[in-house]
Design a protein around this ligand. Structure first.
Ligand code: XIL
Length: 685
């Protein structure tokens, strides 16, 4: 087929979204399965299939990460409705989970296949290929031909990005709120990743669904389902393979509508019998969620709905996705998440309004804008988002990550917003946000600001105190809470220092500012080992306890449910295992450590037996309290702690609320915690 390059508008690639690495959605993979659309190995709940391991090393992380809009030869920052496509992610696709096996999966080629000639018996039409020549340094080249009944794309010259050489199919009719099953066989002459996507057939080439699959010389059948949110009579279906020379062959392509997978019933594994959300009078626990894995993965959904009180969109509200073209807002993915949250009784947090990262290309490219024009853009963005969801979102991260170290001084980060408006852009953003939705609580959100005494934390505190003193409407500080342990097992001095975190929370209380833990996770430098796991358990439990103990901290969000859909491996190549559920969506010890903290309280927030509460329990991941001993290492309770949180006598027995087994489990955690020597830990996002 001839290429359609002429019909394609090339969008300049923005390097700004280096963090924008998407972790692959659920995927089932039948290694070596033959042709003919082998049924998924997935189990009843759409779970299962083999774990598809990640893309090749070296493709991981940042450089491809930019909401790659795919589209033929297009790059870009305008990417990806809801998916912040991008990074080939060192370990993208992990455990299969939404495989359609059991529900819509079918053996053999389905009659409802939306693509024709997916078998390539003799001809390639109507499939087409495209190689981008947009970057003179990377003039991609492609030979597309049918070889022994498979469609083979030979890249004689690689492109700069994976989407610089594609095989595509134009004109698939997609219906909103419909699940689709995608199945295909693929192989390559060398191990390499390939992406598969559905998306808009024109600029801004928005991805509706995109995932990465690891190809090997042996043909494998890949299969998964996803929930489509878009109404598009002529969507594009595409394979992206452009970054490495060599040959990729595909065959037996099926894209067909299937019934929605059944959401499994959920029962909390917490020994107390209470899921996190039962304690919302004490602390509201939330998680970040991302499309498409979120809306497509029934087990994931069951856990989030069963355990959590709040969700934050991990990407769908980033400016490159929600305003990919100036004044063209794409609320599809956020609306989908909001509808799901409403249906399941979860609060929704707006994140983020004004941020320099994951900004759209049109904004990054408009380098000549003056202050007034930039303010107008900022106001238009705030108004559009906050008006749409007025009264629905109780919390908004109005400004994200605006302070940084510049030549050794902690000050305003040089960004498109700061540089073109001036340092009052923060004030202006908060004032506009307050006017747009007076009912919403407004946050400044940042990382490495958790601990009092850290220069950035102190600088941000000054910023907030100054704003308060000038009556700029800021209600809360978002402590992102991204912590880690090095691959070596080492951590840097005093991090996380729970006392410093407690002191930080307390000083915000003094100036009338609430504290939210907004994005916490504890990533582990590979390889995982029991000592690192124990540090993680301790971290999650202690941070949760610190929040519970602080009178001004009632919100605690973890940044992603599980190691399956983690942002970590594709962003920090040497790290993984950051979350509270594992890649098979099973609760990790950190989950039980957090549950143990909560189990010290009644669900109305009062301490059990009138003895729990902050102070004595804090030090050892809640363990001191759990075993009924005094809270060794615990921080003193905040003097201002409310009764339900601060009536603490240092010990706590919750045996009346737990089974013997559960008590033993919790005691084991306590012992493990106690065995830990005080580690030196480091903090970095
Ligand atoms: C992350 C998302 O989780 C990733 O999927 C994306 O590739 C990059 O951004 N601080 C923030 C979040 O405020 O929005 C970031 O989320 C993580 C760091």
């Amino acid at each position: 087929m001839s290429t359609t390059a002429s019909a394609l508008k090339l969008i300049k690639f923005s390097a700004l979204a280096a963090l924008c690495a998407w972790t692959a959605p659920a995927l089932a993979q039948n290694a070596g399965a033959g042709a003919g659309g082998a049924p998924s190995t997935g189990g009843a709940a759409g779970m299962g299939g083999m774990v598809a391991s990640g893309g090749t090393a070296g493709d991981g992380g940042g450089e491809t990460a930019t909401g790659g809009v795919g589209g033929m030869g297009v790059g870009g920052d305008t990417a990806a409705g809801g998916m912040s496509a991008g990074g080939m992610g060192g370990e993208p696709a992990s455990a299969g989970s939404t495989a359609s096996g059991g529900e819509g999966g079918s053996g053999g080629m389905a009659t409802s296949n939306l693509v024709s000639n997916g078998t390539f018996d003799t001809v390639k039409d109507p499939w087409w290929g495209n190689a981008s020549d947009s970057d003179p340094e990377f003039p991609a080249d492609q030979l597309l031909e049918v070889v022994e009944g498979r469609l083979c794309s030979t890249m004689t010259q690689a492109g700069k990005n994976i989407w610089d050489v594609v095989v595509g199919y134009t004109g698939v009719a997609l219906v909103p709120n419909q699940h689709y099953r995608i199945s295909f066989s693929a192989s390559a002459d060398i191990e390499r990743p390939m992406k598969v996507k559905t998306g808009l057939n024109a600029a801004p080439w928005t991805d509706y669904f995109i995932t990465s699959v690891p190809l090997t010389p042996t043909a494998q059948t890949f299969e998964f389902t996803y929930l489509n949110l878009r109404d598009d009579a002529a969507a594009q279906f595409q394979f992206q393979m452009g970054k490495t020379p060599g040959t990729v062959c595909i065959d037996d392509v099926v894209l067909e509508p299937v019934p929605a997978p059944v959401v499994p019933a959920y029962q909390t594994p917490a020994p107390s019998g209470h899921p996190f959300k039962d304690y919302k009078a004490l602390v509201k626990i939330g998680t970040a969620v991302d499309t498409p894995i979120f809306l497509s993965n029934p087990q994931h959904n069951a856990i989030v709905a069963g355990e959590f009180s709040m969700i934050t969109p991990a990407n769908s509200m980033k400016m490159n996705l929600i305003q990919p073209v100036q004044d063209m807002f794409d609320f599809t993915d956020t609306d989908g998440l909001v509808a799901w949250a409403e249906a399941n009784g979860l609060e929704f947090r707006g994140h983020p309004l004004i941020w320099h990262t994951q900004a759209p290309g049109w904004l990054n490219d408009a380098t000549t804008l003056g202050r007034d024009e930039m303010i107008a853009i900022m106001y238009a963005h705030i108004d559009a988002l906050m008006t749409r969801y007025a009264g629905k979102f109780p919390f908004w991260d109005v400004v994200n990550e605006a302070i940084d170290s510049v030549e050794g001084t902690w000050t305003f980060r040089p960004t498109i917003w700061h540089d073109r408006i001036g340092m009052d852009f923060i004030d202006l953003a908060f004032q506009r946000a307050r006017a747009a939705d007076p009912t919403a609580k407004l946050l400044y959100n940042d990382y490495n600001i958790e601990q009092m005494g850290h220069p950035k934390a102190d600088r941000v505190f000054e910023l907030v105190r100054d704003m308060k003193s000038r009556n700029i409407p800021i209600d809360a500080i978002g402590l992102q809470g991204h912590y880690f342990v090095e691959p070596s097992g080492e951590t840097a001095l005093g991090v996380p220092d729970m006392q410093a975190i407690r002191n930080n929370m307390a000083r915000y209380a003094e100036i009338g500012v609430d504290v939210h833990i907004t994005e916490t996770d504890f990533r582990i430098g590979k390889p995982l080992d029991p000592a690192k796991t124990e540090l993680q358990n301790k971290f999650y439990a202690e941070l949760l306890q610190a929040c519970i103990d602080a009178p001004n901290c009632k919100h605690f969000t973890v940044w992603g449910l599980s190691d399956l859909d983690s942002w970590v491996p594709s962003t920090f190549a040497e790290f993984d295992h950051a979350h509270v559920w594992d890649a098979q969506l099973a609760p990790k010890p950190a989950y039980f450590a957090m549950s143990a903290v909560l189990a010290k309280y009644n669900t109305d927030g009062t301490p059990i037996m009138g003895t729990a509460g902050g102070a004595g329990m804090a030090g050892m991941a809640g363990s001191a309290g759990m075993t009924g001993t005094a809270g060794t290492g615990g921080a003193p309770a905040s003097p201002a702690a409310p009764a339900a949180k601060s009536e603490d006598s240092g010990g706590c027995s919750f045996a009346s609320r737990t089974s013997g087994t559960a008590t033993g489990l919790l005691a084991a955690f306590a012992m493990l915690g106690a065995l830990l020597s005080r580690r030196r830990k480091s903090q970095r996002r």
